[in-house]
Design a binder for this molecule. Structure first.
Ligand code: DAH
Length: 361
């Protein structure tokens, strides 16, 4: 049987030996082996000593127990310190060999940014957002029904020629192609009206597709923002006021606007809206010279969108009573707005994926 003084002696020796051994340890494996040998919960030296105390009287148990705990705490803290020491030694070692120079400036992470068209799209929808318009989105694969029929563009009507259409290989029961990549965002007018009781105030940002040869001002896919307001008593004055405010929010408070008659099958009357040229202030020529302004090509005006009062037949088809409700609609090409704002002369830059171009915005 072991006596209390014997155990105290063992603990004392153990402390000295363990600390010396720990100092001599060279790697992580050594550390782990040392930890198991001394502090291991099942058969570590400290545990074994504590187990051996069972036979002692309670006074001795108290003294021996207190010392055992002290030694254990000491070894634990020494272990932690040694681990830290080894870590920092490794670090110094590596940096001395030149593998890690902590004084080198960090590498700047490559920051992404929004595509200029996304930025312009948001600017446009935000402008209408401030006027109480809600933002909704619709499908890019549309049906003939919504893209044309519901917008008062029946089959075989010449108005279909306004759109160069990309049809899908999909036919209806009569063997006619009935699905397409939407040619404009206008189909959302009908989709919204079918599902919303007036008052309606929405803008619809989105991508549209045309079977079109590309050149400096035409892409076969581009972005539009559609707008629709339907309520009792909406007049052409509301249309003008809203679009005027939009032009000033996006192009500056001093802009003037012009409306001219235009034809779109889903509005009556239909208009195109222009702003006075911000490059030459509507003069048509470069200030102080006879050179023609290249933004407005000498006219002093820039067309920016189509608009009009929603055609009564369009309201009717979407189950809205045209004798009670009226509305206005508009559609704006986003690339065109971005080109005007940034002085870009070729629409193809936007989708050429040349980072040198895109980085500028
Ligand atoms: N959807 C027409 C297009 O893509 C643009 C347009 C014109 C939309 C007049 C409208 C509108 O809502 O009223 O050419």
């Amino acid at each position: 049987m072991t006596t209390a003084p014997e155990i105290l002696g063992t603990l004392h020796n153990l402390k000295t030996v363990a600390v010396a051994e720990l100092d001599a340890v060279k790697d992580a494996d050594g550390i782990e082996a040392w930890r198991i040998a001394y502090l291991g919960r099942k058969e570590g030296r400290i545990t074994m000593i504590m187990k051996g105390m069972a036979a002692l009287d309670s006074d001795s148990k108290r003294t021996v127990g207190a010392m055992a705990n002290d030694v254990k705490a000491l070894l634990e803290s020494q272990l932690e310190a040694r681990i830290e020491e080894m870590k920092s030694a490794q670090f110094t070692h590596a940096s001395q060999e030149g593998r890690l120079d902590v004084t080198l400036p960090g590498r700047r992470p490559a920051l992404g940014r929004l595509h200029p068209i996304t930025q312009t799209l948001r600017e446009i929808t935000n402008a209408f957002g401030t006027m109480g318009f809600q933002i909704v989105e619709g499908p890019e694969v549309e049906t003939d029904h919504y893209n044309f029929e519901m917008l008062n563009i029946p089959k075989d009507h010449p108005a279909r020629d306004m759109f160069d259409t990309l049809w899908l290989d999909h036919t209806n029961a009569d063997g006619e192609q009935d699905m397409l990549l939407r040619t404009h965002t206008s189909p959302m007018q009908a989709r919204v009206m079918e599902n919303t009781k007036p008052p309606v105030r929405v803008v619809v940002p989105g991508r549209v597709y045309r079977y079109e040869a590309t050149d400096a001002t035409h892409e076969w896919h581009f972005a539009q923002v559609e707008g629709l307001a339907v309520d009792e008593g909406i007049t052409f004055a509301n249309l003008k006021g809203t679009l005027y405010e939009f032009a000033r929010l996006v192009f500056g408070p001093e802009r003037r606007v012009r409306f001219r008659c235009d034809f779109f099958p889903f509005v009556e009357p239909g208009v195109d809206m222009s702003i006075d040229c911000f490059n030459c202030d509507g003069a048509g020529n470069v200030k102080g010279s006879d050179d023609m302004c290249r933004i407005c090509r000498g006219s002093g005006w820039i067309e920016i969108m189509g608009a009009g009062m929603v055609h009564p037949r369009v309201l009717e088809m979407s189950n809205i009573d045209p004798s009670v409700y009226t509305g206005f609609a508009f559609g704006v090409g986003v690339e065109r707005i971005a080109m005007l704002k940034h002085g870009i002369d070729d629409i193809r830059y936007f989708y050429g994926n040349d980072a040198r171009f895109l980085r500028q915005f």
